[in-house]
Ligand binder design. Structure first.
Ligand SMILES: NC(=O)c1ccc[n+]([C@@H]2O[C@H](COP(=O)([O-])OP(=O)(O)OC[C@H]3O[C@@H](n4cnc5c(N)ncnc54)[C@H](OP(=O)(O)O)[C@@H]3O)[C@@H](O)[C@H]2O)c1
Length: 237
């Protein structure tokens, strides 16, 4: 850890090292829709990194069953209980169920750090394409529906296949983190950084979430062409 002086020579507050991130090890992470591919994969990786994790489902028994399969101390509960008992709540439900799910959990999510990883996509015979939500993006829809929560967006470009594969030791990718409050983004960056190979990188405010969500349509094309599970690396940082 670098030591930082309290002011610079010109009297201004010094710039903080952007890689100096908070310790999130004491926090519990909840994953709404945690019985699905993305939710299971994230829960597995985060629990394997030592985080306390609860996965949520519309049916508690389904979550408990999935939690048992994931192991590493992961708990299963219905989505409401999952939100209530977690400090950080990842939204990992399909776009079709996004608004309804988070709207129904407004009370449980009040004050929580919400991380939206939902990619609004359509599919036709030409492949995947980005949908344009009325609010601009899934993350902005979440922010509009959850005025009392701290909404961020991250984890859009991960491969659920790689996340869930116990043979894969490192997930070589960067995670773009977006949000309105820098301290909240830093918590999510730190969370991403717990997964070996992954870096959490601040990538702007929620009004720029649409491009990040949409990029998944391109990654799906890449994956189909090269039979891969492509991630994203940002260079020169
Ligand atoms: N798969 C990936 O590689 C990946 C990568 C990055 C981001 N994402 C994003 O993560 C989200 C989840 O992806 P996924 O592939 O895991 O999806 P999924 O398996 O189809 O769904 C995840 C879970 O959401 C719940 N669910 C299904 N339909 C729902 C509805 N209408 N309303 C509320 N809950 C519903 C289900 O859990 P219960 O039935 O148990 O409630 C399901 O297991 C998507 O928005 C996707 O864009 C996915």
């Amino acid at each position: 850890m670098t030591s930082v002086a309290s002011t610079t020579a010109d009297g201004r507050a010094p710039k903080k090292d952007p890689w100096e991130l908070p310790d999130v090890s004491g926090m519990r992470v909840g994953v709404l829709g945690g019985t699905g591919d993305q939710g299971r994969g994230l829960a597995y990786r985060l629990a394997r990194s030592g985080m306390a994790v609860t996965i949520g489902s519309r049916a508690a028994e389904r979550a408990q069953q999935a939690a048992e399969e994931i192991g590493h101390g992961v708990r299963g509960a219905d989505n409401a209980e999952c939100a209530r008992e977690s400090d950080i709540v990842i939204v990992a439900v399909p776009w079709e169920g996004h608004a309804k799910t988070i709207e129904s959990l407004r009370e449980e999510l009040a004050g929580k750090l919400v991380v939206d990883c939902v990619n609004p996509l359509g599919f036709d015979k030409k492949g995947a394409y980005a949908l344009v939500p009325e609010e601009g993006s899934a993350a902005e829809q979440a922010a509009a529906l959850l005025p009392e929560s701290r909404v961020t967006a991250a984890f859009h470009h991960l491969s659920a296949v790689l996340l869930s594969d116990p043979e894969v030791e490192e997930i070589e990718t960067d995670v773009m983190v977006l949000g309105e409050v820098r301290a909240d983004c830093e918590i999510v960056q730190a969370l991403a950084g717990r997964i070996p190979g992954m870096r959490g990188v601040f990538a702007g405010r929620l009004r720029n979430a649409h491009q990040v969500e949409s990029l998944v349509a391109n990654l799906i094309s890449v994956n189909r062409r090269y039979k891969a599970h492509a991630g994203v690396r940002l260079t020169d940082i």
